[in-house]
Design a binder for this molecule. Structure first.
Ligand SMILES: [Zn+2]
Ligand SMILES: [Zn+2]
Length: 102
């Protein structure tokens, strides 16, 4: 950490950065920055779910078993045996939870 005022090395003192040369003080923001990174990661997750499944049809009569949201993307997947019925996969439009129905 370097002083924004004079460019000298700063040292932590009582939750603040203090410049060893001019005495300039500023709050330590390391924890705040970490929280922001976590928030961005969460945002990315949501965006990924949106872009991956936005092409799928939405069934609004389905309720998510995890968050109770009404509405889920769905798709059909053929099981191994041809005479077996297709399996319906659901992906919650809100939390991204996936489940299937037979
Ligand atoms: Zn300084
Ligand atoms: Zn959900």
């Amino acid at each position: 950490m370097f002083c924004p005022k004079c460019g000298s090395l700063m040292y932590p003192k009582k939750g603040k950065w203090v410049c060893s040369k001019c005495g300039y003080e500023m709050p330590i923001t390391k924890e705040e920055k970490n929280e922001k990174i976590v928030d961005k990661a969460k945002e990315k997750e949501v965006i990924l779910i949106d872009s991956e499944f936005s092409v799928l049809p939405v069934d609004e009569n389905v309720t998510c078993p995890k968050c109770g949201n009404r509405g889920a993307y769905w798709m059909l997947k053929q099981t191994r045996a041809a005479d077996e019925p297709e399996t319906r996969f659901y992906i919650c439009t809100k939390c991204g939870y996936r489940w299937r129905e037979y």
